[in-house]
Design a protein around this ligand. Structure first.
Ligand code: PLP
Length: 454
């Protein structure tokens, strides 16, 4: 049956084994039916059955949620330079761990460490799979058990975060083999709380950037800089998980200030960790910068081998970091900064261009207008500071169905429903022609003017 001409195109696309598998199911379902077979109908049946298998599961979408760095939608988009570097690394052998000068083994960290040192002012740097891995590794290397004895890490109760996806500081601590010592209260922690908690088994103090929430009102936290003398005096490590972290001052683009890795290093923090695919705008990675003796210990830890980056992401990361060598051009070259820095007036103009197209596509299925909205950076950066933007706003009955229809487009469109509207925040719409070009395929069972028939 697999050699039927009607099946040839499917065999070419999906391969023989999958088609045969589908044919078995088809034959099973037809057991007891007459022997006359409609080959074309069978081919269509197999095609439908295999459709899911032969098309990619991870698909391109339009992220119009208003969250620029959306974790569920893959966070930062890479710069063209980073894409090209990743593709080149995929296609060829590379000097991943090879020193061309003397034809000997090299270090994979050497591709990014010099850039990280330059951009943060740190003595040394390393990179791993993601920031969660970085925190786990740093804790285990600097504060893991010694001679079978668990050591302690002090964290303020105001910073015992959960990031989502099961990243909770207490759990990470336990898995790193450290004993967590909580100090202070949820809203207030003082320097003296840290000082009083330090004992013979204390290995480190850790600061954690409260990424996805803000504590407001009667609050007090101790900045890392104020902890530096205490950590030095007691001979323990001061670690800071910056979360998103950034390498440049976002105020350059009129955005609120977010702590930079350089500020943490200059304040005297021993080891700083942050993500590669949040504000930095690169591939998923966890970056670790700080004191050379500590980074050496971290890099020698056996977990480092299990958490290391592959050549593709290292190539993309290196290319991304290189863009930071010319910060003046970041807004044009790095999609994350480009989206964040986009002026609201430009977004509004885009909304006005798209409004008639969307009206036409929706007919009478929904009312469309332009609404001022507030988006967010996402991925834990600046949880309370919102980005003024404009959205295409649809109102009417059955918003959920409308949202379903947009998700059913060839390039699914993901918006958000808020205050009785389906909102498409246009801050992150970079491919306007592709968005507009597929609107006429919207399947809303519409009763508007575009529908023919009774
Ligand atoms: C996002 C975040 C993490 C986890 O980083 P990943 O790169 O997603 O692993 C850890 N800590 C903080 C404070 C964060 O904001």
């Amino acid at each position: 049956m697999a050699s039927w001409p009607a099946l040839a195109p499917l065999v070419a696309r999906a391969g023989r084994p999958l088609v045969i598998e589908a044919l078995r199911v088809w034959a099973e379902a037809r057991r007891g039916m007459p022997d006359v077979v409609d080959e074309a109908a069978c081919a269509r049946w197999c095609e439908t059955r295999l459709a899911v298998l032969v098309s990619p599961s991870q698909r391109r979408v339009f992220n119009l949620t208003g969250t620029v760095l959306h974790t569920n939608l893959g966070r930062a988009l890479l710069a063209e330079e980073a894409v090209a570097a990743a593709v080149a690394a995929m296609r060829s052998p590379t000097t991943l761990e090879y020193d061309l000068a003397d034809g000997a083994r090299g270090e994979r960290d050497d591709h990014v460490a010099p850039w990280l040192r330059r951009l943060t002012g740190a003595e040394a740097a390393t990179a791993v799979n993601n920031n969660a891995a970085a925190v786990l590794l740093v804790l285990n290397a600097l504060a893991g058990p010694r001679e079978g004895r668990a050591r302690e890490v002090i964290v303020s109760r105001g910073e015992l975060i959960e990031i989502g996806g099961a990243f909770r500081i207490p759990d990470i601590m336990a898995h790193a083999g450290c004993r967590l010592v909580e100090v202070g209260t949820t809203n207030r922690t003082h320097l003296r709380d840290y000082a009083a908690a330090i004992g013979p088994d204390t290995a480190a103090i850790m600061k954690v950037h409260p990424s996805n929430y803000a504590i407001q009102g009667f609050t007090k936290s101790v900045p890392a800089a104020e902890l530096v003398p205490l950590a030095r005096e007691k001979g323990i490590a001061l670690i800071e998980d910056l979360g998103s972290g950034t390498l440049v001052d976002l105020e350059t683009w009129g955005l609120p200030h977010e702590p930079t890795a350089r500020e943490a290093i200059e304040a005297g923090v021993d080891v700083v960790t942050f993500s590669g695919d949040k504000l930095l705008g690169g591939p998923q990675a966890g970056l670790v910068v700080g004191r050379k003796d500590m980074i050496d210990r971290i890099a020698r830890n056996p977990m480092k081998r299990a958490l290391r980056l592959d050549k593709v992401r290292l190539a993309a990361l290196e290319a991304t970091l290189r863009l930071y060598g010319d910060p003046g051009r970041l807004a044009e070259r790095l999609p994350t900064i480009r989206s964040l820095a986009r002026p609201a007036t430009e977004i509004r103009a885009q909304a006005e261009r798209l409004l008639p197209r969307l009206r036409e596509a929706l007919g009478s299925a929904a009312d469309v207008g332009i609404a001022p909205v507030r988006g967010q950076i996402g991925s834990g950066a600046l949880p309370v500071d919102l980005l003024p933007s404009f959205a295409l706003a649809m109102t009417g009955k059955g918003l959920q169905r409308l949202a379903d229809a947009f998700r059913g487009l060839p390039i699914p469109v993901i918006g958000r429903i808020a205050d009785g509207s389906l909102l498409f925040d246009l801050r992150t719409l970079d491919d306007e022609p592709a968005f507009a070009g597929q609107l006429d395929q919207l399947d809303i069972g519409r009763s508007g003017p575009r529908q023919s028939g009774p």
